[in-house]
Design a protein around this ligand. Structure first.
Ligand SMILES: [Zn+2]
Length: 276
């Protein structure tokens, strides 16, 4: 769970360039809406970093349909915007993996503010999040909960991703049986609005369940990699080194990073587990 690099260039310029590729009468339609689109982009850029709600632009249904059709994922204009956005990512992790779960490849693109409700943002680079199809489906078109709190983390602008909030707990059974590994959220380090956003994000995307389902494979991998450690202290060093190498790539709230932290804390139990 890392921030995405902001797409290169100004999102207003990307919009202007995408209009150039269009033919009449769409070109005139989009050109006439440029001030409204620029206002929507400014609203996004100014309010998201402050965790404020953005305005829902007033637009006629036929205009909304026009937007969703001219910037549908099949159009060259939209494909060009996606290429730019992907090109701007500096790490292979954010280039290739789903931003929401961090596990599957990002074969899909989510409109953070759904194009059906915020059509003026349908071609804004900063509104596009590479993700997997499952997360895109789970996210659906929700934006704010009934209390007006955002439902999802925004990976371009939210600044709280370096604060640890994903916790892993492990219970070693005292035999060679597979330990119980459980993830939970520990949100006390975050301001209250961010706590709600993270809680919503994990609930809606079912991330605790997803991490619980995939962690067993990674734990197996680790047991074979760590079996050679001669002493518990060596094992602790190995685990810490793995975690330190992972944090800059995946962030502190990645399930593998949280698991490694807990294994380092419980290195004696893990050592015993590896040698029974
Ligand atoms: Zn995903």
């Amino acid at each position: 769970m890392r921030k995405l690099a902001l797409p290169p260039g100004c999102p207003k310029m990307s919009y202007a360039n995408s209009i150039l590729a269009k033919h009449e009468p769409v070109k005139t339609f989009l050109t006439n809406h440029t001030p409204l689109v620029e206002q929507a982009i400014d609203d996004y850029i100014n309010k998201l970093p402050l965790l404020q709600a953005i305005n829902r632009p007033i637009i006629q249904p036929h205009e909304r349909d026009q937007y969703t059709s001219v910037f549908s994922s099949r159009t060259n204009a939209f494909k060009e915007i996606i290429t730019q956005m992907r090109f701007g990512q500096t790490s292979n992790y954010t280039k290739e993996y789903c931003q929401y779960c961090g596990i599957n490849l990002n074969k899909s693109i989510d409109h953070f503010f759904p194009k059906e409700i915020y059509p003026l943002l349908s071609a804004a680079t900063i509104n596009l999040i590479p993700c997997c199809k499952d997360c895109n489906t789970n996210k659906s078109t929700r934006v704010y909960d009934s209390a007006g709190v955002r439902e999802f983390i925004n990976f371009y602008y939210d600044d709280f991703l370096d604060i640890e909030f994903l916790k892993c707990s492990i219970i070693f059974p005292g035999s060679s049986a597979v330990p119980s590994i459980v993830f939970s959220l520990q949100l006390t380090g975050l301001i209250s609005y961010a706590q709600s956003v993270v809680q919503n994000h994990f609930n809606k995307l079912k991330l605790i369940n997803i991490y619980g389902a995939v962690v067993g494979c990674y734990f197996e991998e680790l047991t074979s990699e760590c079996r050679d450690a001669a002493q518990a202290a060596d094992l602790q060093n190995t685990i810490n080194n793995k975690r330190n190498a992972m944090v800059p790539i995946y962030g502190v709230n990645y399930f593998k990073v949280a698991l490694l932290k807990e294994l380092a804390a419980q290195h004696s139990s893990f050592f015993h587990y590896l040698h029974v």
